[in-house]
Design a protein around this ligand. Structure first.
Ligand code: ZN
Ligand code: ZN
Ligand code: ZN
Length: 182
């Protein structure tokens, strides 16, 4: 089940690449917020756009640690975010941005998918991540929608189970300061 052929649309692209602004894409689909106390395990889901094929990380299908991305990514758009002093976290998109781009990229059934998301969100309060996941998948199935592939489901659950705008970026700033100050 790991490889069931190529995806038809290049889903999983960053917002920059979805907008055809390939030069500014830092090869980051979205960054997974670090678990407290486990900052070194912070990972980045790479942008799937074909414009990154010359990058040494291009063949990586799994999430890569942020430290690996900082060292090895050769994409021009990433230079800024990788080397910037101060607040590099600001330039890393969280799961919400990724999810929004995904919604926009896959217009098919987008209304129904939005409904499923809204239904799950209104029922998500006070639930655990696993419960929210079940909720969302149930809502999708009830509408006859396909269950998205793993990084996308994960991003959606991240959005549903928290308020990324409030929490993520702050956490990221702290985490990345740890990396860049070393
Ligand atoms: Zn691109
Ligand atoms: Zn890209
Ligand atoms: Zn790269």
């Amino acid at each position: 089940m790991s490889s069931d052929g190529p995806v038809v649309a290049p889903l999983g692209r960053s917002r920059a690449c979805a907008d055809d602004a390939h030069q500014v894409c830092g090869h980051v689909g979205y960054a997974t917020p670090p678990v407290p106390g486990r900052r070194r395990e912070s990972t980045i889901r790479l942008c799937r756009c074909s414009c990154h094929r010359a990058c040494p990380l291009a063949h990586r299908k799994e999430a890569v640690p942020v430290t690996v991305w900082q060292r090895r990514c050769a994409c021009p758009g990433a230079e800024d975010a990788r080397t910037k002093r101060g607040d590099p976290g600001e330039s890393l998109p969280g799961p919400e941005e990724y999810w929004e781009t995904y919604q926009r990229d896959s217009r098919q059934h987008s209304e129904a998918r939005k409904d499923a998301f809204t239904a799950a969100r209104s029922a998500a309060l006070g639930k655990t991540r696993d419960e929210i996941r079940d909720l969302y998948l149930t809502e999708l199935r009830a509408r006859g929608l396909e269950i998205p592939r793993e990084p996308l489901v994960g991003a959606t659950i991240d959005v549903l189970s928290g308020d990324p705008r409030a929490g993520l970026r702050k956490t990221w700033k702290t985490a990345l300061r740890m990396f860049t100050d070393r």
